[in-house]
Design a protein around this ligand. Sequence first.
Ligand SMILES: NC(=O)c1ccc[n+]([C@@H]2O[C@H](COP(=O)([O-])OP(=O)(O)OC[C@H]3O[C@@H](n4cnc5c(N)ncnc54)[C@H](O)[C@@H]3O)[C@@H](O)[C@H]2O)c1
Ligand SMILES: [Zn+2]
Length: 356
Amino acid sequence: MKGTDRLMKRMTVHTNRPYEVLIGNGLIRQAGEYLRELTSAQRAVIISEDHVAPLYADTVKRSLESAGFTAELFVFPHGENAKNMDTVMQIYAFLMEHNVTRSDMLVALGGGVVGDTVGFAASTYLRGVDFINIPTTFLSQIDSSVGGKTGVNTSFGKNLVGTFCQPRLVLCDIDTLSTLTDDVFADGTAEALKYGLIRDKALFALLSAGDFGGQLADVIYRCVDIKREIVEHDEFDKGERFLLNFGHTLGHAIEKQYNYETYSHGKAVGIGMYQITKAAERAGLTPKGTAEQIKAALRNCSLPDAIDMPVELVAQHCLHDKKRKGQTLNLVLLKEIGNAMIHTIDVAAFTDFLRA
Ligand SMILES: NC(=O)c1ccc[n+]([C@@H]2O[C@H](COP(=O)([O-])OP(=O)(O)OC[C@H]3O[C@@H](n4cnc5c(N)ncnc54)[C@H](O)[C@@H]3O)[C@@H](O)[C@H]2O)c1
Ligand SMILES: [Zn+2]
């Protein structure tokens, strides 16, 4: 694949079927050229949501048409509430009405909600049609667009139905991040801090100051590279991938307690990373002073570090986690900044561990 932008960064994710992640400015204007290098398909269907489509769908559509594709556009409502089977059914209907075949291509244009939903629709429509991902949030560029987890929410919980299905290509166009609200951007920052904390001390140091806007391409590259490495070792989430859950056990509990409204995912994960590290310090599992460094980083990045929620309630939510097996709970803790480990704890001891 050619690289027209000398500042563009690229890497290959070596999963079952390898694919490239391109990171740079103005990439959506070249989406058609990149797609053309992957396929001789006649048709591409852009699937997006109603915040993102008015901003970027035209540019992508024009680029696809210049590369010889007939491009259709399907738009669904934005937000986590649209990440469900109803939306998937509407996508199937659109694809069938337009006689989309297995040799055509889908283009997911939007944040993690679009990527997860379209990825799921693509992996199941006609038993699988290829898709590329154009993530437009900081979080989706560094996290959800890479790794091949697709899925939707059900009334029983989030992400309970899904597939493992890798995209053919991921285009991270940094320019699209300029239209994000500070709040949505901060959600991504929390996940970026997570990568630094579990794998890359220097990345954590860079992000801690809260002023990395000028180095966004580098930050995205380093985050994706960490996810790439972990996913390559554990494509189907049977071991190492669990490290990516640092801060998430408590984070999910907080999100759930507040009905996924008050605390966005990133904010909840930020609080989770700090609070679990405080507990781990008290238990002598993480060096003293680590939690304070996390707290300072969260503050500098406009993320909260605490919440007024009784420990018993937090523990109760964590123990109801559908992924928990038997009488133990796996936690991700820090050996030190840049180095994470999995620590198994008895369910009976968990509340005291948090309270200690
Ligand atoms: N598959 C995975 O491995 C994985 C990993 C992490 C998260 N996720 C999923 O990702 C989702 C969260 O993703 P998200 O944080 O990107 O949320 P999102 O897709 O809901 O986007 C957040 C908000 O930003 C808006 N938006 C998106 N791009 C924009 C842009 N360029 N300019 C202006 N506004 C824009 C959206 O309309 C939305 O209101 C969750 O559903 C989560 O479960 C999946
Ligand atoms: Zn997360």
